[in-house]
Design a protein around this ligand. Structure first.
Ligand SMILES: Nc1nc(=O)c2c([nH]1)NC[C@@H]1CN(c3ccc(C(=O)N[C@@H](CCC(=O)O)C(=O)O)cc3)C=[N+]21
Length: 300
């Protein structure tokens, strides 16, 4: 059996359509336009690409996009001043500080300076705590996108065995919380997990977020399982020509698709959903700020 492909690019387009329709209504009925501020410190070329793509998609769904590009040598005080201004700005409903920050800046300090209501990444300590205690939170975009794809694919997740490989604050831990929220039996596995292939083989839902190319092998997968590949790894691709590269996930896709029931590809899986969920979160933040009804199907 060959697995169903979960088309993240197509799914992200439907999420953006929902967001755009809701934004159009907000503008017409309430006279409010959601706004997203993206802050990029330094000039990492990969970050440049994401920030440009986010800006374009933000405008594409009818929202306002505010980009702040600061030099790599920006001081912590300068960055905190900008965040304070964005926190106070009524036209800004979402704030994203692109990570990683240059090493002289304290990431937790900076993230926790964002107004939690505007923290569309869901990285603020208050949102982390809210998610963990089942209170209304801003939910990190990548896990939210994964949850949307899983619900779409499987319907009800209740009682399923979910194994998350990876324990990062931005993917593994919040993903586990969301799966628990949907009543899965959740295991968080990682590099020190004993008998990892056996643990993975118990999963009805397997989420791979380890950041190692082709780490998860085909024989780690339970036949029929749903596999979500969060990895985005750039590896050399000499077959495309000298010095060329290609993107691969954390899962050996060719082997896994022969075993899994459904699987996300890389590229075209989780990545596009991450940006779509950023737009969804910005809309949600705007609705909450104004006391408007929240968009349906776009939150956890
Ligand atoms: N505060 C913060 N929040 C983030 O959400 C955040 C961040 N910092 N720093 C960088 C990472 C990376 N990230 C991606 C988003 C979309 C794709 C994406 O759409 N990828 C395409 C491929 C793009 C390509 O071809 O390079 C895909 O998977 O199909 C990838 C990576 C968000 N990040």
């Amino acid at each position: 059996m060959t697995a169903t492909l979960i088309d993240g690019t197509a799914f992200a387009a439907t999420v953006r359509e929902k967001v755009a329709a809701h934004v159009a209504r907000l503008k017409e009925v309430q006279g409010v336009t959601p706004g997203l501020a993206v802050v990029l410190v330094g000039d990492d070329p990969a970050s440049e690409v994401y920030v440009r793509s986010k800006g374009k998609q933000t405008v594409g769904v009818g929202m306002n996009s505010y980009e702040h590009r600061l030099p790599a040598e920006t001081s912590e005080t300068e960055l905190l001043d900008l965040i304070a201004r964005l926190n106070a700005d009524k036209d800004v409903h979402g704030i994203l500080v692109q990570l990683p920050l240059p090493s002289h800046l304290d990431e937790s300090l900076v993230i926790n300076a964002i107004d939690p209501a505007k923290d569309v990444d869901g990285f603020h300590i208050s949102n982390v705590g809210r998610l963990g205690t089942g209170q209304k939170a801003m939910v990190p975009c990548t896990p939210l996108g994964c949850l949307m794809m899983l619900r779409d694919q499987l319907g009800n997740l209740s009682g399923l065995n979910a194994v998350v490989i990876g324990r990062s604050n931005i993917v593994g831990k919040p993903m586990a919380q969301l799966l628990l929220g949907d009543s899965c039996t959740v295991t968080i596995a990682h590099s020190r997990t004993k008998d990892l292939p056996d643990v993975a083989r118990r999963a009805d839902i397997l989420v791979a977020a380890v950041g190692r190319p082709n780490f998860v092998q085909g024989d780690w997968i339970k036949p029929g399982a749903t596999v979500i590949d969060v990895g985005i790894n750039r590896i050399p691709a000499p077959e495309k020509g000298e010095g060329k590269t290609r993107l691969v996930g954390d899962v050996d896709f060719v082997a896994a698709r022969e075993v899994a029931g459904a699987i996300t590809p890389v590229p075209g899986g989780v990545g596009p959903m991450t940006i779509a969920c950023l737009l969804a979160n910005t809309l949600t933040a705007c609705c909450r700020a104004h006391g408007f009804a929240e968009p349906e199907g776009l939150t956890a």
